[in-house]
Design a protein around this ligand. Structure first.
Ligand code: ZN
Length: 438
């Protein structure tokens, strides 16, 4: 299908759904807020919306080289589309470009150094900002007024950086020593900042310092934690010891899925207006049943510049149901699992174990602030444990036994305590680091 420039714009506008005549800025968020306030939680509307958004998304996809050759994709055949692996997109991102714009190019580095190039519509920022801040509103965040202290992947030249539009003050996640934590904690309190937005591993490091020194900023209301697995110990520290609400969510750079907690429910609830979120079995054949673990496969609605249909995120989750079994809200509900799809621990005999099979019990992780696996060679694994407080030999032994039970008796398991997790180039603490070519 060939479309004129005008037709492409019209299609793009349809994909961006009624965000009005505002200029393409973060101000789009307000229009979206008015639009969705009336329809939120009405199941008939959500079904109709998802169908219309998918039809628009499929029309956009027919403009991209990767899908054009296959001919028109209809809604009825959507679930026949083979899920798309990230490797294919990394190798040839331009094949997924629709030509609908204006767009900008965003590159994102994974923890292992590969670069993913994304074509992002400039106006997705309004939708992104609205839906993100709506999750944070569960703990009182006001997108017009609230300021966040941020510890994420910013590489800073100085001690901090200020981003006025999104009202964030970024600190350096790569240099979290005690003196620096004390310095920015004093800044947070002096400026009455109410929210810390951090990777869970960073929030845990900062929270540990606050618990030890008794200097948690009194102005803080909540800790906003995205992009990494939240360990039970993170919650115990931030909520139990420090008395702050930890609010977490699931999202990613590709902007295809977004799911958050509510103030009264700690499951993740996939936002049906942001994208279609599926949970597929390991063979990518069918959706898993409620109670089973599957890979999150996502199709986004907010970025018409790039068509990524049924994109495999590699993230694993326990699917809970079409509506949340705990709070009853609409939108597919799930809980994250710590491992990633396609992440393997190699045995000496050539067999391998998925990190998703490692799920330790909450009781085994009760005193663990973070856990990372390093594999120097097949058949050996170093388990680096960041303890919550005092390390006991019994605690390390318990983790060692649990690891051996899952990895098999032939695996050489060494457990040792460390002060902090090692961060990848993207500032996140990866669960498994393999140090040899498999
Ligand atoms: Zn719920």
């Amino acid at each position: 299908m060939r479309l004129s420039g005008w037709q492409r714009s019209a299609l793009g506008a349809m994909c961006l759904v009624n965000i009005g005549k505002l200029s393409p800025t973060f101000r789009d968020a307000s229009a979206l807020g008015r639009h969705f306030a009336e329809v939120w939680n009405k199941s008939g509307f959500i079904d109709d919306y998802q169908r219309a958004a998918l039809v628009a998304g499929l029309a956009c996809a027919s403009l991209a080289d990767h899908y054009r050759s296959a001919g028109p994709i209809t809604l009825n055949h959507f679930t026949d589309l083979p899920p798309l692996s990230k490797d294919i997109v990394i190798r040839n991102p331009a094949a997924f470009r629709t030509g609908i714009g204006p767009h900008e190019i965003v590159t994102t580095g994974g923890s292992t150094g590969e670069t993913l190039t994304l074509y992002m519509h400039r106006r997705r920022k309004g939708a992104e900002w609205y839906w993100m801040s709506r999750i944070w509103a569960e703990v009182g965040f006001d997108r017009r007024r609230s300021v966040r202290a941020v510890l994420r992947n910013h590489v800073l030249r100085g001690r901090m950086a200020v981003f006025p539009i999104t009202k964030e003050i970024a600190f350096d996640n790569f240099n979290l020593d005690d003196a620096y934590i004390d310095e920015f904690s004093a800044f947070i309190e002096a400026n009455g900042i109410e929210y810390l937005h951090a990777y869970p591993s960073a929030a845990a490091a900062v929270g540990l310092r606050w618990a030890t020194k008794g200097n948690r900023p009194r102005s803080l209301k909540a800790v906003l934690c995205g992009s990494e697995f939240v360990y039970p110990a993170h919650r115990a520290l931030i909520e139990g010891e420090l008395g702050l609400r930890l609010l977490s969510w699931y999202g990613h750079s590709e902007k295809l899925a977004l799911a958050g907690e509510y103030s009264d429910c700690r499951n993740y609830h996939a936002n049906p207006f942001y994208g279609l979120t599926e949970f597929l079995d390991p063979d990518m054949n069918k959706a898993v049943e409620p109670g089973q673990v599957g890979e999150i496969v996502a199709t986004g609605f907010i970025n018409p510049s790039m068509a990524l249909l049924r994109y495999r995120t590699g993230d694993m989750a326990e699917f809970l149901g079409e509506t949340c079994p705990d709070c009853g809200r609409l939108g597919r509900a799930f809980r994250m699992k710590s491992g990633r799809a396609g992440e393997w621990i190699h045995r000496r005999d050539g067999s391998r174990v998925s990190t998703t099979a490692l799920n330790l019990h909450d009781s085994q992780l009760a005193n663990v602030s973070h856990l990372q696996l390093f594999q120097p060679v097949a058949g050996e694994v170093d388990v680096l444990v960041v303890p919550r407080a005092e390390v006991s030999a019994a605690m390390l032994r318990e983790i060692e036994h649990a690891m051996r039970a899952r990895l098999g008796a032939d695996m050489l398991v060494r457990v040792r305590p460390v002060d902090a997790p090692q961060l990848g180039r993207n500032g996140k603490a990866q669960l498994l680091v393999r140090q040899f070519e498999a």
